[in-house]
Design a protein around this ligand. Structure first.
Ligand SMILES: [Ca+2]
Ligand SMILES: [Ca+2]
Ligand SMILES: [Ca+2]
Length: 227
């Protein structure tokens, strides 16, 4: 499996091995070796500092190729390959899938409105904030809708991004910052360490395997525990 996945992705065999090791540990104690939405979202949120709920859900969907609401080992490695190291063609497909919220093959004005309203940082108080968003939608549509039928097909989007790569994430961030990609790839080289750091971030005081004398980073819970 490692060999096959290394051939089909941008990862080297030892990187696939590490990613699978992490995956298996994340699914430990589960009957089925799959990542459910909340755990997956946690990883993307924590490791890549992506915070937008709508886009996190859509990123999960872009990984979940067979739409069974779970990410299996193959989807995990293949998805990460595009997410972390995708070529432009792969990134275009990935972002389009994220933005096409109902997966019907078109990004409509309604979908754009939804993403631009909730995913972009709110700008200063305006009398009618929706009006600003509607302007943004028109502006994005003008750039993306190359055949001018008021909705964005995959072909429209591909043409537009080839013309101007900055349009790739124009409807909201759905790919990670390069600096987090580097940190992630360096840290997964040591899967045990990555998992330990992850546990520390999530449950600072409830870990069972903390050796005595280990400093606890969560002050409040330490106080409760020592009372
Ligand atoms: Ca799946
Ligand atoms: Ca759609
Ligand atoms: Ca169009």
């Amino acid at each position: 499996m490692e060999e096959d996945l290394a051939k089909q992705t941008h990862f080297k065999k030892h990187e696939v091995k590490c990613l699978l090791q992490i995956f298996n540990r994340l699914c430990e104690n589960q009957e089925e070796k799959t990542l459910e939405r909340p755990k997956f979202r946690d990883i993307i949120h924590n490791d890549f500092h992506m915070t937008d709920d709508i886009l996190l859900d859509r990123i999960f969907r872009a990984f979940d190729k067979d739409t069974d609401n779970k990410v299996n080992a193959e989807e995990w490695v293949k998805g990460l390959s595009i997410f972390l190291r995708g070529c432009l063609k792969e990134k275009i497909k990935f972002c389009f899938d994220v933005y096409d919220m109902n997966s019907d093959g078109w990004i409509t004005k309604e979908e754009m409105f939804h993403m631009l309203k909730f995913c972009l940082p709110q700008r200063q108080q305006e009398e009618d904030p929706d009006e600003g968003v509607r302007d943004l939608v028109e502006c994005a549509l003008k750039k993306l809708d190359t055949d001018q039928d008021s909705r964005v097909s995959f072909e429209d989007y591909t043409k537009a991004v080839h013309k101007d790569e900055l349009l790739l994430e124009c409807l909201g961030p759905c790919l990670p910052d390069q600096k987090y990609v580097q940190i992630f790839m360096e840290s997964v080289e040591d899967p045990e360490m990555w998992l330990m750091n992850r546990q520390n971030r999530e449950h600072p005081a409830v870990r069972q395997d903390v050796p005595p004398g280990t400093p606890n980073i969560n002050q409040n819970e330490t106080q409760v525990a020592t009372k």
